[in-house]
Design a protein around this ligand. Structure first.
Ligand SMILES: Cc1ncc(C[n+]2csc(CCOP(=O)(O)OP(=O)(O)O)c2C)c(N)n1
Ligand code: SF4
Length: 330
């Protein structure tokens, strides 16, 4: 039987699949020997960005560490949907910390490994934006300041989803949550509050900081791999839409992630020792309305009447990100 060369279109795109590409070009997920760190059967909602992000990030970390990985997980959706007692989806050594101390627990694990002479075993801490930017912030800042040998992954769905969509300090302005209702003269979350955690992580001067979205999963894998090349404290902030909390269709998770980046609202970049080293450019910036409209949490900006002034303030945030990170080539 004669063999025909594989044509480009048969290999699939770089986004998903691609098992027909040359091995070095394949994503971790396209590798039949991937770990399946978080197995099917968990109870995440359909279209959950956090479940997708965690799967790609942890599988990439497993590959980068020759499967010598331990994860500490803060309380939150990822922990709850993956470990309804007595079941677990995790195929790796995994410990549930408290809501606020995943960074400290991971630091302790890393110290124990060092004492045992197991420098080959690497440690990850992970949690939602509430566990990271609010209650876990002190432990995380300490981990950064001591330069503990831990990679911290924040899955940012911009609110406390596990307990019913309460505001966190990563909730964007104007967003409706259970605690920032779409009522009153300035409905939704306030402007001028909240924390920019990637920038705060950079201000600690730690070896590696990156942001990523679940729209660019190869990029996420590459950043996890890069993070594992460093020793010391590292931080990756992953944008993970939540269909339930944001009020969008479950098949729109990837599109909304892409729009967050393409509008400039979520800058995608890498930084080493406090300096930005790479940014993911935007080819043609889109207006923020493209991002806001498909999400019911911003529905009050469009109905019963258009709130052009509020939308202009959100657009100004995107424009400032584009300038600050030079996201668009002149
Ligand atoms: C000390 C403490 N306070 C409150 C809670 C209740 N609680 C559990 S998870 C959670 C919210 C988690 O939100 P986030 O960290 O953003 O993760 P998500 O569920 O959105 O992924 C809260 C308030 C708790 N477990 N411990
Ligand atoms: S509530 Fe949101 S974060 Fe939690 S499992 Fe559902 S989609 Fe995922």
């Amino acid at each position: 039987m004669s063999f025909q060369p594989v044509k480009f279109y048969q290999t699939g795109t770089f986004t998903v699949g691609n098992r027909l590409l040359a091995p070095e070009e394949r994503s971790v997920q396209a590798n039949m020997r991937r770990t399946n760190s978080i197995n099917s059967g968990h109870r995440a909602c359909q279209g959950c960005g956090e479940a997708l992000g965690a799967r790609y990030a942890i599988d990439a970390a497993m590959e980068a560490t020759q499967r010598q990985l331990i994860a500490a997980n803060a309380t939150g959706c990822l922990e709850v949907f993956s470990t309804p007692y007595p079941e677990t989806s995790w195929q790796i050594p995994w410990i549930h910390s408290l809501f606020g101390n995943a960074a400290a627990v991971a630091t302790g694990i890393a110290a124990a490994m060092r004492v045992k002479g197991r420098n080959d075993v690497r440690v990850i801490a992970q949690g939602g934006d509430g566990g990271t930017t609010d209650i876990g912030f002190g432990c995380l800042s300490g981990m950064f300041e001591r330069n503990d040998d831990v990679l911290y992954l924040c899955y940012d769905n911009e609110a406390y989803m596990n307990t019913g969509v309460q505001r966190s300090s990563a909730t964007p302005p104007a967003a409706r949550t259970a605690t920032t209702m779409a009522v009153g003269p300035e409905p939704g979350n306030a402007f001028g509050q909240g924390k920019d955690l990637p920038a705060i992580a950079m201000a600690h001067g730690i070896p590696y900081v990156a942001t990523a979205t679940v729209a660019e999963l190869r990029d996420l894998e590459a950043k996890v791999r890069r993070a594992m090349e460093f020793r010391g404290a590292r931080y990756i902030h992953i944008f993970v839409p939540c269909p339930l909390g944001w009020g969008h269709a479950s098949d729109q998770t990837i599109r909304i992630s892409r729009l967050a980046k393409e509008t400039g609202l979520f800058p995608v970049f890498e930084a080493e020792h406090g300096e930005v080293t790479a940014v993911s450019k935007i080819r043609r910036p889109l207006p923020v309305t493209e991002y806001l409209k498909p999400q019911r949490r911003f529905g009050h900006l469009f109905s019963p009447e258009l709130k052009a002034e509020v939308i202009a303030r959100i657009q100004a945030i995107a424009d400032r990100n584009i300038r600050r990170y030079r996201l668009v080539d002149a």
